[in-house]
Write a protein that binds this ligand. Structure first.
Ligand code: ASP
Length: 330
């Protein structure tokens, strides 16, 4: 008997067609499969449209809807493929990595830089590779794109046009494809998924702030007044903020005391943040301020939203690796 795979379509370039307003997602999940009949030789595939959006329009409400659709589909599938726009795929894949903690089957995101119907499209190859990961039996949330398999919490979109659109940041890709097929790294057991109550619950009131020289400290007052409960702060280098002339540290401490939870990450794409090294990072110390270590910004934002979904029970998980999003904190 063929394995069972469910294709959940959400839109994106892969499903797009030219219109007078520009490229728009219009191809349904069944339409995607009609274009790829060879996939049906590998698995018994059910196709479902969850929504049909350019991924710029995909937000935490859609993550909830998609996570719910995955939960329902997982009961009747050996693997799930999710077609999705590339622009925010790293956010959705990371959010779902937390919201689906402990999932027992492969959940594989893919998409393309050119529509499926374009003669030079990268979609057929990406769909075939996503299918191989979906059939691998390896539980977890992944992105399969242009011969790489990346943990959902480690992907960053690096290119607007290049076919090799995603990289795995601060961790080698978990797998790759060559003429011999799919090669997956063995599980190393360093980041065992936890079972948590109501994992779907998230709170989207998180603000992302990138520091620049001269940032006005009043920005923190606005963040507090706007009702945000969490802040991801992209600091300089290993983790620094200016405090001469414009004192960002006092204001940050004030919003922390008011209950805003801050995750401090770095503007450098590679390697970790560690605000304990430099004197200019000392202002980060104190309750409610946590280091994001080597997490991507996408992972930090989605992990904080997820932690805020049940802060009482998840606050202590902010500094723990839950789904390959961070390396060991030393
Ligand atoms: N704008 C598209 C999207 O993210 C880009 C893509 O899919 O490559 O939906």
């Amino acid at each position: 008997m063929l394995p069972r795979v469910i294709l959940l379509a959400t839109g994106g370039t892969i499903a797009s067609q030219p219109t007078e307003q520009g490229l728009m997602p219009l191809t349904t999940a069944d339409g995607i499969l009609d274009f790829m009949p060879s996939l049906r030789q590998l698995a018994h595939i059910n196709a479902r449209d969850v929504f049909m959006l350019d991924s710029s329009n995909i937000q935490p409400e859609e993550w909830q809807q998609l996570a719910q659709a995955v939960r329902e589909a997982a009961a009747e599938a050996d693997g799930i493929i999710i077609t999705h726009g590339t622009d925010t795929m790293a956010y959705t894949a990371s959010a779902l990595s937390f919201m689906l903690l402990g999932i027992q089957i492969p959940i594989v995101f893919t998409g393309s830089q050119l529509p499926l119907t374009h003669p030079h499209s990268d979609a057929p190859g990406n769909l075939r590779e996503a299918m191989a990961v979906a059939l691998s039996g390896r539980a977890g949330v992944y992105i399969a794109f242009q011969h790489k398999v990346i943990y959902g919490t480690r992907a960053v979109k690096m290119r607007t046009l290049g076919f090799d659109a995603f990289d795995s940041i601060n961790l080698p890709p978990v797998g790759f494809f060559d003429a011999d097929g799919l090669h997956l790294q063995p599980e190393d057991g360093s980041c065992k998924p936890l079972a948590v109550a109501e994992p779907l619950a998230i709170d989207s009131r998180v603000f992302l702030l990138k520091m620049m020289p001269g940032t006005d400290p009043e920005i923190f007052d606005h963040i507090l007044r706007a009702g945000y409960r969490g802040l991801v702060l992209e600091a300089f280098g290993l983790g620094g903020l200016h405090y001469i002339r414009r004192n960002l540290i006092d204001k940050l401490q004030a919003i922390s005391q008011a209950g805003v939870i801050t995750l401090v990450t770095t503007q450098c794409l590679y390697e970790k943040a560690d605000f304990t090294i430099y004197e200019v990072g000392k202002g980060f110390q104190g309750g409610g301020i946590y280091g994001a270590h080597d997490m991507t910004t996408e992972a930090a934002v989605t992990k904080l939203m997820w932690a805020l979904g049940d802060l009482e029970n998840r606050r202590h998980l902010l500094t723990r690796c839950l789904t390959h999003e961070m390396g060991t904190v030393t």
